[in-house]
Design a protein around this ligand. Structure first.
Ligand SMILES: NC(=O)c1ccc[n+]([C@@H]2O[C@H](COP(=O)([O-])OP(=O)(O)OC[C@H]3O[C@@H](n4cnc5c(N)ncnc54)[C@H](OP(=O)(O)O)[C@@H]3O)[C@@H](O)[C@H]2O)c1
Length: 282
């Protein structure tokens, strides 16, 4: 049994906290908006949640929210004890992860960037894949904790490497998502039946993401799986990581997601980009 804190109980954090508790760990939680997850006793602040923890997970939204919950007056760093293992499982920018890791090292904390993949379903069922940057020697200490939330732990290198991989992955997935909508429009304009086309496409290479895109057109997920605003955020961070020029597909898909957010769809499931502009469903 390990004392674990989870800061951020959104779509991902709430599943992680529930699975940690269900696997016998002592879990302290904090969320900006209290009472989002019935039945969980919430600490008064991130500092308080972190104070008794051996392992702290932060799973908020973006760089700004992450900065707030780590560095705020009542933030994680104000409460955590030296020697604690501290983890961010949000998808963040490379620059912010480096800054956070340095602040943690100064305080004698062991930091891992550990963004996740597996979606809402993976978080709910304890089947996430953890994408890890940090000291591999210390990672094995986390086996018992990670077993409660993940089916796989993939180590990519030093601190920041998990984030770098996650941004590459999400850029590829978003490109595929948006391309699927365009393909379906093309197919229908060419006289094909959208249902036949969708069902045939999910069996082709890349079918897993196509399957997600297709299913979300047939049945828009409610509650949502992943918001358009965080998909846009990940693409913006990926573009920042990639640097100027040479990534026209990434640039185009970022502008598609940006437009959806600007038009007020930020809180909708990211499949909203395929439910606009007349993408057809039978
Ligand atoms: N959903 C997915 O499929 C998925 C998959 C892999 C990775 N991720 C990543 O995981 C992270 C969480 O995603 P999610 O889908 O769980 O998002 P979400 O449901 O929108 O939850 C966001 C969480 O961040 C908190 N938050 C937002 N702004 C804050 C602020 N300024 N200060 C403190 N807390 C703040 C929210 O608190 P409130 O409840 O008060 O709003 C909530 O707990 C993101 O980095 C996302 O990119 C998501």
């Amino acid at each position: 049994m390990t004392n674990v804190a989870v800061v951020g109980l959104g779509i991902m954090g709430r599943g992680m906290a529930a699975n940690l508790a269900a696997n016998g760990h002592e879990v302290a939680v904090w969320n900006r908006t209290p009472g989002r997850v019935p039945g969980l006793a919430e600490a008064a602040s991130p500092a308080q949640a972190a104070a008794g923890a051996e392992v702290v997970f932060e799973v908020t939204a973006d760089d700004a929210s992450s900065r707030q919950v780590w560095f705020g007056a009542e933030g994680i760093l104000a409460g955590v004890r030296p020697g604690t293992v501290v983890i961010s499982s949000a998808t963040l920018s490379v620059g912010w992860v480096a800054e956070l890791a340095a602040a943690c090292a100064e305080r004698g904390l062991t930091f891992f960037d550990m963004p996740v993949t597996g979606g809402a379903e993976g978080a709910r069922t304890g089947n996430l894949v953890m994408l890890v940057g940090g000291d591999p020697g210390r990672l094995t200490e986390l086996d018992g904790v990670l077993r409660a939330i993940a089916r796989q732990v993939r180590h990519f290198g030093p601190v920041g490497a998990g984030t770098r991989f996650k941004l590459v992955l999400n850029a590829l997935q978003a490109v595929h998502f948006a391309a699927f909508g365009e393909a379906l429009k093309m197919a229908v304009a060419a006289g094909l039946d959208p249902r036949q086309v969708g069902e045939a496409l999910v069996e082709r290479p890349g079918g897993v993401v196509t399957g997600l895109a297709w299913n979300s057109l047939l049945t828009p997920p409610e509650p949502i799986n992943f918001s358009a605003e965080w998909a846009r955020k990940d693409l913006a961070y990926a573009q920042r990581m990639a640097g100027e020029g040479g990534h026209p597909i990434l640039d185009a898909v970022l502008s598609i997601f940006s437009r959806a957010v600007e038009e007020g769809h930020g809180k909708d499931d990211w499949s909203v980009v395929n439910r606009q502009d007349g993408v057809p469903v039978a």
